[in-house]
Design a protein around this ligand. Structure first.
Ligand SMILES: Cc1cc2nc3c(=O)[nH]c(=O)nc-3n(C[C@H](O)[C@H](O)[C@H](O)COP(=O)(O)OP(=O)(O)OC[C@H]3O[C@@H](n4cnc5c(N)ncnc54)[C@H](O)[C@@H]3O)c2cc1C
Length: 426
């Protein structure tokens, strides 16, 4: 039976994580009436956007698939401190994903991926500066640079080799000598072989940014409906006529699926497959102390992120292809903190104020899926922002809005096409 509809919008966005909210922001800015539905609250801990480390800016634009990864991956599988792991299981979708991932572990793909991700991150940073100039988002973005700390000489040499490619594309990444490191972070004991500084390293306050964005959207007339799980679609020919939610049916002109890792299930209700895997990660929040850095630090070889949050520090890491399982592995959490102490021996990790896990929506080439769904005239998808979704979502939202409103896109949309793995164009 159909429940009476709220007022039907031009566009219905499914998912109020950072991706859905950014899509809504740019669709609204383009003059569309927009409703966002989510099964939880804005900033709900179940969403991947709610507990992450909030690194944004131009650092970290490398795709996960790199030339050395398959060889290192075998060793990583057996270590609780490894940054990347796969829970072995017979799952056709996972095997296909891994096959595409392996295919992307080449210099050519890594270089092309870096170029695209960097363009998205640069555009996102510019957009975040605009967004965070609005009252509701004031103070959510801080730009104090980001330190890339390298524990080993080998890691330091590898990091330094990335400087020419980054600076050639306008990223202010440079070597940091010990004196300057001590001047930037006085009193912090860095057990490192060396460090780099990206002056465009920036940070978002998480989950406050999300909650503020939800408030800002409402203030601009977007209907953000929580507790409204999408349970099905009514389809007529090539169009979705109605979206069935726990809080009633809606009949929008356009539907955008931006439901993070759950986008695969949503698209599945329309018989559409997405090349997407959940990649679990954890953040642990501990008290800040004298040994705590005051700006974001990325622990290079360990791929662990350290984000100061006033009187606390959030430490995040691991990427575990574990299926739709967000349970916390104490072994992995210990591994993250152990890695953090190797670089920052003064970090007080004895008292854990919060432990959070989230599922990143990952594609094999680390590029988002942004595009129209084949077979439908009014359905699009925006997901797959992976390990750097906070830093990609604004530019991704702008692209999605350009696609839906028929405006010339800022980047070629073929790069993000949903069927690129099936067609072999990626
Ligand atoms: C440990 C960790 C650290 C990270 N650190 C960083 C970082 O420092 N910088 C960075 O850029 N990125 C980081 N990320 C990645 C980033 O968090 C993600 O890329 C991003 O949050 C994905 O956002 P999303 O909106 O696609 O998904 P989500 O935030 O998961 O949002 C999806 C939403 O869809 C809703 N939904 C699902 N199904 C339905 C349904 N049927 N009906 C209605 N609603 C539905 C969910 O409730 C949810 O709110 C990190 C991730 C992890 C796990």
């Amino acid at each position: 039976m159909t429940t009476p509809a709220r007022s039907d919008p031009d566009v219905l966005v499914i998912g109020a994580g950072v991706v859905g909210l950014c899509c809504a922001w740019f669709l609204r800015r383009a003059g569309r009436s927009v409703t966002v539905v989510d099964r939880g609250e804005v900033g709900d801990p179940a969403a991947c956007s709610a507990g992450n480390t909030g690194f944004v800016g131009t650092q970290g634009a490398a795709p996960l698939a790199e030339p050395g990864v398959p060889a290192t991956g075998v060793r990583w599988l057996f270590s609780p401190e490894s940054p990347f792991s796969v829970r072995p299981r017979l799952d056709g979708a996972l095997l296909a994903w891994l096959w595409h991932f392996r295919r992307h572990c080449t210099e050519r793909h890594a270089h092309a991926g870096f170029e695209t991700l960097l363009a998205l991150k640069q555009r996102s940073l510019a957009l975040l500066r605009e967004m965070c100039a609005e009252d509701e988002l004031a103070g959510m973005l801080t730009e104090r640079g980001m330190i890339l700390a390298c524990h080993t000489e080998q890691g330091y040499a590898k990091a330094r080799r990335t400087i020419p490619a980054a600076t050639a594309r306008g990223v202010p990444l440079r070597d940091l000598d010990r004196t300057e490191l001590a001047r930037l972070e006085p009193g912090v004991d860095f057990a490192v072989a060396g460090a780099l500084l990206n002056e465009e390293g920036a940070a978002l306050r998480i989950p406050a940014f999300l909650v503020g964005l939800g408030r800002a959207l409402r203030a601009r007339g977007v209907d953000v409906v929580t507790g409204a799980e999408v349970r099905g679609f009514e389809v007529a020919g090539r169009r979705v006529r109605a979206v069935r939610t726990a809080r009633g049916d809606l009949r929008p002109a356009e539907v955008v699926v931006a439901a993070g890792v759950w986008s695969a299930a949503c698209a599945g209700m329309l018989d559409v497959g997405l090349t997407l895997q959940p990649a679990k990660g954890y953040t642990v929040t501990v008290p800040a102390g004298p040994g705590t850095p005051t700006r974001p630090v990325l622990l290079s070889e360990g791929k662990v992120a350290v984000m100061p949050l006033g009187d606390r520090v959030r430490v995040g890491g691991t990427l575990e292809l574990s299926g739709m399982d967000a349970s916390v592995s104490p072994r992995r959490v210990d591994g993250i903190l152990h890695t953090a102490r190797r670089y920052l021996p003064g970090l007080d990790t004895g008292r854990r104020l919060d432990v959070w896990s989230g599922l990143r929506p990952c594609t094999p080439d680390s590029l988002p899926l942004i595009g129209r769904v084949g077979g439908y005239d009014n359905v699009s998808v925006a997901t797959g922002h992976g390990h750097i979704g906070m830093g990609l979502a604004p530019a991704g939202g702008e692209l999605l809005a350009q696609l839906v409103t028929g405006v010339e896109p800022g980047l070629p949309l073929e790069t993000f096409a949903l069927d690129r793995f099936r067609k072999g164009t990626s």
